[in-house]
Design a protein. Structure first.
Length: 533
């Protein structure tokens, strides 16, 4: 099977999506992540468009990449201006990037309504711009904008545009579904026509799809099936409107399903980590349902599914999740059977007999009816299992807690929490301030327990979410709190439910810390610490 050249346009096309913003130094981190992932070409943007892009290209010019090459993006020359006199083309010619990607028109609608250029002049703009950059020592990719709409409107002229680019010396001709409205059969017909036309010349044919009809990945695969060997897209499908073809989905589809060589096995195993890193850098929550890399991509909830993957993972999984760096998850809910419970107990190293599993299922049903939810609260569910098995040790016995929130005359709001509790026969009282009730409770609880459990310092709160369960009751509604914690190696979720949001938060906070301090986990952390020292 042909090797597919991967072209990533996250730093240019991806940045046109809503909420997308990165500094030049953050973009540099993205470029190195893409290089490690095995991307062949990284499109860095317009080197002449704004000061941030100029800064990025200056930074990139001093960097070393193990595999990827940087591509600078621009447009064909302006009408009625010689290529060598076009300032934007001159910037491309002068920049360090070895590859230049030029976008040009192929649809007469745009020639008539947007750039107001006649057809012959447009063909000259394409050819002369490419020739100029070749003369400057650049390799050139020509992006045929709106190619598929142009192909439907005027097949012969759209083919004339890509023919002009090939004859001028473009290394790659990329066919762009810029409006994202083409379906796979339309992609197949048009790409096949271009491959037949230009294939004998040795030019590489590429595909660039937008996802406005939800077909960007399918369209890219369809193009490869009829001869395209260059695929453009963005990480996680970032991009304007509905986004671009998602390389995070395309790469494993091309390699694992279609049999094309794209990246090494080690690079493919970095796919999930890279996807989540980029979301975090952009301050996005990773899409849990994203193919291959989402948290739910290999999550099993129904009892029959859990029983199947326990016997043979291939019964309900199309690939081994480890191949793409993901993990299998067994979700617990009121739909769970004993097989699910036993699988989760085995993961946690807890011994649970059938009778205990049956009792636990009923307990989960009761609590989920009351508003609890354990799919994301794996820590709280593990505590339920430990309580049912007898393998549970509470951190303390609570006497009371109190939170006071006070707004001062100067507008400042101060929050103070006081906790009274007992540990091994001794009474501890601690008061702390925080920037809110949860912060104050967390500080007071840790302060009260610090002398007995100094290891609590290793557990950090990393996420806090509140959800209203019955909004019709307004401020009297039941609230569910989900709190995520981490010890630097693992993360777990804990949940609390109450009509009082502070009480729900307290419950989640206590369960989060208790799970992290269970004897088995404490021993594992101590062993890891000794091994690292």
């Amino acid at each position: 099977m042909a090797r597919i050249e991967l072209y990533d346009t996250t730093l240019r096309d991806g940045m046109q999506g809503e909420g997308m913003s990165l500094s030049a130094h953050e973009k540099l981190r993205v470029a190195h992540t893409l290089d490690e992932l095995g991307i062949d070409l990284i499109e860095a943007g317009f080197p002449s468009s704004n000061p941030k892009e100029l800064e990025l290209f200056e930074l990139l010019s001093r960097e070393h990449f193990k595999h990827a090459q940087i591509a600078a993006f621009g447009m064909t020359r302006r009408r009625d201006v010689r290529a060598q006199d076009d300032p934007a083309l001159q910037v491309l010619a002068d920049c360090f990037a070895p590859v230049c990607t030029l976008v040009g028109k192929t649809w007469s609608l745009h020639l008539d309504k947007v750039v107001k250029v006649d057809r012959a002049e447009n063909l000259r703009m394409i050819a002369e711009s490419i020739s100029f950059l070749l003369g400057a020592g650049k390799r050139v990719t020509y992006d045929a904008e709106h190619f598929f709409d142009g192909f439907v409107d005027d097949r012969e002229y759209s083919l004339a545009c890509v023919r002009a680019a090939a004859q001028a010396g473009a290394e790659t001709i990329t066919l762009c579904d810029t409006n994202g409205g083409t379906l796979p059969d339309g992609i197949t017909e048009a790409v096949d026509a271009v491959v037949r036309e230009l294939g004998p010349t040795g030019v590489r044919i590429g595909i660039h799809c937008h996802d406005d009809a939800g077909c960007a990945v399918a369209n890219s695969l369809a193009a490869v099936a009829v001869g395209a060997t260059h695929v453009q897209g963005t990480q996680n499908g970032y991009g304007e409107r509905c986004g671009n073809a998602n390389l995070t989905t395309l790469i494993p589809n091309l390699q694992l399903k279609a049999g094309h060589e794209c990246v090494s096995d080690e690079q493919l195993q970095a796919l999930t980590r890279s996807s989540h890193f980029l979301d975090e850098l952009l301050n996005f929550n990773p899409n849990p349902n994203q193919p291959y890399v989402g948290r739910n991509a290999f999550a099993h909830k129904g009892g029959m599914h859990v029983a199947g993957v326990s016997a043979d993972p291939s019964t309900f999984e199309h690939i081994d999740p480890e191949v793409v760096g993901n993990d299998r998850a067994v979700l617990v809910s009121e739909l769970s059977g004993k097989g699910t419970i036993h699988a989760r107990a085995q993961e946690a190293g807890i011994e649970l007999d059938d009778a205990a599993a049956t009792r636990l299922i009923e307990r989960v049903k009761e609590r989920e009816h009351a508003g609890y939810h354990y799919e994301a609260a794996d820590g709280s569910f593990e505590l339920l299992m430990r309580r049912e098995s007898g393998d549970y040790r509470p951190l303390f016995t609570l006497e009371s807690w109190r939170v006071i929130a006070e707004q001062r005359a100067d507008g400042r709001v101060e929050t103070e929490a006081t906790i009274k509790l007992w540990v091994e026969g001794e009474r501890y009282i601690f008061t702390a301030e925080g920037n809110g009730p949860v912060s104050a409770l967390d500080r007071a609880l840790r302060g009260a327990l610090a002398r007995v459990y100094p290891e609590l310092d290793t557990i950090k709160l990393v996420n806090f979410k509140v959800r209203i369960l019955d909004g019709a009751k307004a401020s009297d509604a039941i609230t569910r709190v989900l709190l995520d914690s981490s010890d630097g190696e693992h993360e777990w979720g804990a949940t609390g439910v109450s009509t009082n949001v502070i009480e729900a938060s307290w419950e989640a906070l206590v369960e989060s810390l208790e799970l992290g301090m269970q004897p088995g986990r404490r021993a594992a952390r101590a062993g890891e610490a000794r091994a690292s020292s």
